[in-house]
Ligand binder design. Structure first.
Ligand code: 48H
Length: 254
């Protein structure tokens, strides 16, 4: 078979345009493809919930690729070991309920689980604003190509509608801060000092719907709550992603 370059280009454009048109309306939009966002998306997808994962960078994985100070290993505590097992991530027991996994394997396997569960990925796409209308609920996202943002080009965005948004944007809690800038009903307290035990033990209680239609997960949950950071232990990120998926699934029954 002689390969035709125009056919290859048409195939990419036709297929991604079809997907983009389909996902102009979705049940859930997870903003940020770090450990909490990937976990949340995978578990939403596994429940049959239509889910888009929007990631501004070229690759998903967020802060998990780099492990601790560029040593590509992550630590997960006993409470979250079952999620390593669930995603088929191998690990070694370090002792005393600490487990060490390869960061590359962890990212790859959770991302693969999300793909298998039918999640659609929109990478190189930046969320730059939210839609809030008369009902006071976050009902959609304003998106643009990341290179447009990086180049500072004046190009108007597009929008997608979603029943639930997950802010999984990490330390900056970017989506929650967008809401805070325009609504007095949400206050982002900002991240506090390093205190791993406290940060990890509180993250599930901070993983919640902080504004109608907006759930915060992962480090963004602690940032909104004024909670501590935890360093390169990732159990809380996985558990928080799972909790966010449970909260949304409870409101979008299948
Ligand atoms: C689209 C966006 C936008 C946007 C950002 O930082 P992450 O890995 O987030 P978490 O919360 O899943 O994991 C946090 C963890 O990696 C970490 O940093 C820890 C545990 N730190 C502890 C400590 O003490 O330092 O991923 C967030 C993702 C990134 O990939 C961003 O590119 C993406 O969100 N993102 N995507 N539109 N506006 N803003």
């Amino acid at each position: 078979m002689a390969l035709n370059e125009v056919t290859i280009s048409r195939a990419i454009l036709a297929e991604q345009s079809r997907v983009l048109l389909d996902y102009m309306e979705t049940d859930a939009a997870v903003v940020g493809g770090g450990p909490s966002g990937l976990t949340c998306a995978a578990l939403l997808g596994e429940r049959g919930i239509k889910c888009a994962l929007i990631e501004k960078k070229l690759s998903v994985g967020g802060g998990m690729w780099g492990g601790g100070m560029m040593f590509p290993r992550i630590v997960v505590q006993e409470e979250a070991r079952r999620l390593l097992d669930r995603f088929g991530i191998t690990y070694r027991e370090y002792g005393d309920g600490y487990y060490v996994a390869r960061s590359v394997e962890a990212v790859a396997k959770i991302a693969a689980a999300a793909c298998d569960a039918g999640v659609e990925f929109f990478n190189l796409t930046t969320v730059e604003d939210v839609m809030i209308r008369g009902d006071g609920k976050v009902s959609g996202l304003v998106i643009n190509w990341t290179p447009v943002d990086m180049a500072g080009l004046h190009v108007d965005p597009l929008t997608i509608a979603c029943r639930y948004t997950v802010d999984a944007t990490g330390h900056d809690a970017t989506v929650a801060r967008m809401v805070e800038r325009k609504s007095a009903r949400l206050s982002v307290k900002g991240e506090s000092f390093m205190w791993a035990d406290r940060a990890e033990s509180q993250i599930l209680q901070h993983t919640r719907e902080v504004y109608p239609g907006l759930v915060v997960a992962g480090m963004a949950a602690n940032t909104v709550a004024g909670e501590c950071r935890m360093g390169p232990i990732f159990g809380g990120m996985l558990l928080s992603g799972e909790r966010a998926a449970e909260l949304i699934a409870a409101n979008i029954p299948r």
